[in-house]
Design a protein around this ligand. Structure first.
Ligand code: GLN
Length: 202
């Protein structure tokens, strides 16, 4: 059983649950999704992987750092504790991985520009090259961030033309689009496969 934590601070959360369930059926890996709202939610269960959804990173920083939740510091600590831990960060989730904003090292080797593709009106859908999956993938971009620079520690995992839209550092995947809003659960399958490789299923 793979225990996947889903950061519930704000934004596109519930479609990640459907995408994870679809990925579970596709890969045959049983999962349990644990909704994370406050730091103590990480103490009560031993998680194998975490999903950080899209939404509004500024709101997530506010709600995730307040004294009652303290979820973000706990998430970053969990990720840093073991670099093999699989994480899927989408859109605002990718921003938080690139800029945790807690004075610590970035969690992916890339810098991002918020709303780098423009405002809400510039949101779009486009086929992208999902290098991680070895095929095309329907990319849904909503006020998407843009990777400005990628370092040696970042593997390019998805491209929109010449533009990098997905990178991986260790087992942390940061995507500037919303894979959970397409009918294709490929990136969630990647998360489950990577998680299963790291941890013997119990
Ligand atoms: N523009 C948002 C931000 O800056 C990200 C958009 C998204 O997650 N869909 O956090």
């Amino acid at each position: 059983m793979l225990r996947i934590g889903l950061v519930m601070l704000q934004g596109a959360r519930h479609s990640h649950i459907s995408a994870l369930e679809r990925a579970s059926r596709e890969t045959g890996h049983d999962i349990e999704v644990h909704e994370l709202r406050k730091s103590s939610d990480l103490d009560s269960v031993e998680l194998h992987a975490i999903v950080m959804p899209g939404g509004e990173s500024t709101t997530m920083r506010l709600t995730g750092n307040d004294a009652i939740s303290s979820l973000l510091p706990a998430i970053f600590e969990w990720i840093r504790e073991d670099q093999r831990r699989p994480v899927l960060g989408t859109c605002a989730g990718a921003i938080l991985l690139a800029e945790p904003g807690d004075g610590g090292e970035p969690l992916i080797d890339a810098s991002v520009e918020r709303n780098g593709f423009g405002s809400q009106a510039d949101s779009f859908q486009s086929e992208i090259e999902a290098i991680a999956l070895g095929r095309e993938f329907p990319g849904v971009f909503i006020r998407a961030p843009r990777f400005v620079e990628t370092g040696d520690g970042a593997q390019i995992m998805a491209k929109l033309g010449d533009e990098v839209v997905g990178v991986r550092t260790q087992n942390r995947m940061a995507l500037t689009f919303h894979p959970e809003l397409s009918q294709d659960s490929g990136f969630h399958e990647w998360l489950l496969e990577t998680t299963a490789e790291q941890w013997v299923e119990t």
